[in-house]
Design a protein. Structure first.
Length: 107
């Protein structure tokens, strides 16, 4: 029992270390939560895109397709995260998985 407990503590410590190391190295992205409100994501896009470089999610941009609030919102959320270090956890989540797809590279 004690051996199992120590193993679980080590595993937990190891996972925290890996997550912290990833954050320090800039290997985290802020993306829309599954089930986030389409209206709230569109509102967020309209709030931040006048101030940040949202050209890739505009028509003709490398990240325009798929054309939906989830993907465009994820890109905008990540832009703000890169600029301010803040991720709006009411509609987003942090991930260590690069969301870049099909020529659309997230910063």
């Amino acid at each position: 029992m004690a051996k199992t407990t120590h193993s679980l503590y080590f595993l937990g410590f190891f996972m925290c270390f890996i997550m912290s190391f990833s954050c320090v190295k800039g290997k985290t992205w802020c993306v829309a939560k599954e089930g986030a409100s389409k209206d709230r994501l569109n509102e967020f896009i309209n709030e931040v895109c006048p101030y940040l470089a949202c050209e890739p999610i505009r028509r003709g941009g490398k990240c325009f397709f798929p054309d939906n609030a989830y993907n465009h919102g994820s890109y905008a959320l990540n832009l703000k995260y890169r600029f301010t270090g803040q991720c709006d956890l009411s509609i987003a989540t942090l991930t260590v998985t690069d969301p870049s797809v099909l020529g659309c590279n997230y910063p």
